[in-house]
Ligand binder design. Sequence first.
Ligand code: ANZ
Ligand code: ZN
Length: 868
Amino acid sequence: MHEQYQPREIEAAAQSHWDAQKSFVVSEQPGKDTFYCLSMFPYPSGKLHMGHVRNYTIGDVIARYQRMQGKNVLQPMGWDAFGMPAENAAMKNQVAPAKWTYENIAYMKTQLQSLGLAVDWTREVTTCKPDYYRWEQWLFTRLFQKGVIYRKNGSVNWDPVDQTVLANEQVIDGRGWRSGALIEKREIPMYYFKITAYAEELLSSLDDLDGWPEQVKTMQRNWIGKSRGMEISFPYDVASVGSPGQMKVFTTRPDTLMGATYVAVAAEHPLATLAAQNNPELQAFIDECKRGGVAEADIATQEKKGLATSLRVTHPLTGELLPVWVANYVLMNYGEGAVMAVPAHDERDFAFAGKYGLPIQPVIRTSAGDATPAPWQDAYAEHGQLINSGDFDGLDFDGAFDAIEVALQRKSLGQARTQFRLRDWGISRQRYWGCPIPIIHCDTCGDVPVPEDQLPVVLPEDVVPDGAGSPLARMPEFYQCQCPTCGAPARRETDTMDTFVESSWYYARYASPQYSGGMVDPAAANHWLPVDQYIGGIEHAILHLLYARFFHKLMRDEGLVSSDEPFRNLLTQGMVVAETYYRTLDNGGKDWFNPADVELERDAKAKVISARLKSDGLPVEIGGTEKMSKSKNNGVDPQSMIDQYGADTCRLFMMFASPPDMSCEWSDSGVEGANRFLRRVWRLAHSHVSAGLPGALEVASLDDNQKAVRRAIHLAIRQASTDVGQHHKFNTAIAQVMTLMNVLEKASTASEQDRALLQEGLQTVALLLAPITPHICHVLWQQLGMSGAVIDAQWPQVDESALAQDSLVLVVQVNGKLRGQIEVAATASREAVEAEARANENVQRFTEGLSIRKVIVVPGKLVNIVAS
Ligand code: ANZ
Ligand code: ZN
């Protein structure tokens, strides 16, 4: 055993052992418990960032721990390889997205491998390869035939200068990111997954996901957004509109119907079109609304604007005429594209009515009273008793809901309805680097799915896009084809799929990644699925997880998998954050400096008092900790940490810094501390091993000091087992091992039994750390003379008899201040403990002249004497 801890050699040796033994290659083993541990696969952006390292280390620790529990563990890895960054890089550097992507994958794979992940690399899945996406296309054609996928017009961001469709993130302040042109909304035909048909099930089965964070389930519930409400019709007459009809709204607050003072429609609503016919000002406003991004978030936050029309509709119960407005806060694709506005009880309507001088009529008594609200208070939106509502006065929400429904039904002007906020999932993208949509357009036969024997529709890989629309649409060799049904010349679809489609089913493909007989081999899929532990970032809490859950149900309904949900347990890891440093520029902007380029000055308590740039020695401002990002220049390249200290230090630091679901602050000193600890472990093991391995431990003949050491060993096992196994609290488990190390370093090595005990202690350290720092533990295990590799060892068991204590040391406090220690028999009664405490010399000194009011005994821990 080398005297110095040499991570480079150790890590190479451990990794080549695992490679040679194919340690992590798994197959189905009937009868053995399985554990499928999955971390969200990376987008091959070029190199790993700290977020990846943290995610994959957490997954790896769990996978290795489960293996030590005797499970047959599957931990796969792959690449979410389609997407826009490849196209952007391609335009910048004139390389094909395929080449760029494959090169990134090759490099990032070496990085992942250097972390020593217990991954079965024979199962690597790369979503941009035809052997993967052909099955996505296959499922698409099946679902298209079933009607679960359909085609309809959808609105996109259209850049009139570049003549191309832009993704939401390519629209900046309403303008194209490259051209700077004002973006228009355009309607084009697109394909949709009918996810709304699964809305009810996607909502209700959340209740079965006990292993998911409550917060994520809430986010999913809100996204699906089930609401019970009423559809209400407002008739309009010949005079004001030109022909009779009804304007429908959807409302969750039918109880406020008597407070509706106007109605508002979306810019795309037919009544808006009608009203604009002789009104150029209104037409201009409608055009303005139609421009601008299609992102929902933008619409929610934008300033409320509207324009009156000359139209009137009739209130369904009072017969009063209400003015019709066109408003930018009403969405065409939600509800009915129109709202009954109740400014007294809806914040958006309130803001709008205030701005345009529309009447505000309170109809609910809330905790804020019944006066006309000004300014807005959240209480105005509460449920409460009806007022100013005629016959309905005095009813509560439920009573009013039912009574108003009856009144509306009598006139055939309304009825209760449940609706979802969730929209069907539009998956068409007018981009090159994605999975081709397997549809052929024929003038005679319409949209024909590509027959199974003609799949995959292969995406040509040698194309360099130029940003002006999809290159596929300019490649006759791609789009010219024959109709599979009638044989006439036809045109292949040139849109590709949203890359969320690939990431919606990769977890299932890992079960049988090379299977060529179908999307998944059902036997293998059902053997491994559902995933026992899924780990990834909270940024995927809504869309990715919802789509994957949806796909699981689609695959179930195709007979491919038998479970209802893909991920049994979900862990959302916290962010990696780091300090930020900056200088303020003359123009008021900020120039951000990377932590690696900054030198810190600390006071005696190690508190940072100032920061200077290494290059010029001049001060920089400290900006607080933030998520590592390019914009704040506070990213730290994990590779430099691995190169300098080795993967084990990096892993230990990440796991020790915080529990996995909390944010983890990167710090130089934390990394150095982790490295120092591993050197300590190595040093102790080295001196132990150099003295020759001891004989067997004779537990029965240990003296008191030895018993205390052995107790520390088994306490560490007990605590670390609950920390890791039950709570994923790797940080406290590591702290247990550190405590144990303190004991072992001080323990005597004089006798053979002392050394046998140290042997047990070091073995325990190697086992408890094995999931976290697998390389050093691999070598320690060998050096400690153990047969077999530590990855095949079992997690250590607590010897309960080692925990038993003959006597206990309790601290004694007087009025909460530590005043002494007493030693009592472990079996001593409460009275005996109290008597011993009162008899303590120091206690007597501090209670002299006082009378003892109360003695509190916390068994096994302390005695507090209250005296005055
Ligand atoms: C009257 C009303 C009174 C409303 C009140 C709220 C409070 P959820 O719960 O999300 O389903 N709404 C309906 N369609 C809309 C559209 N196309 N664009 C914008 N807003 C629309 O929301 C339902 C509520 O959102 C409905 O209830 C409607 O406003 C609004 F005191 O109607 B409410
Ligand atoms: Zn045809």
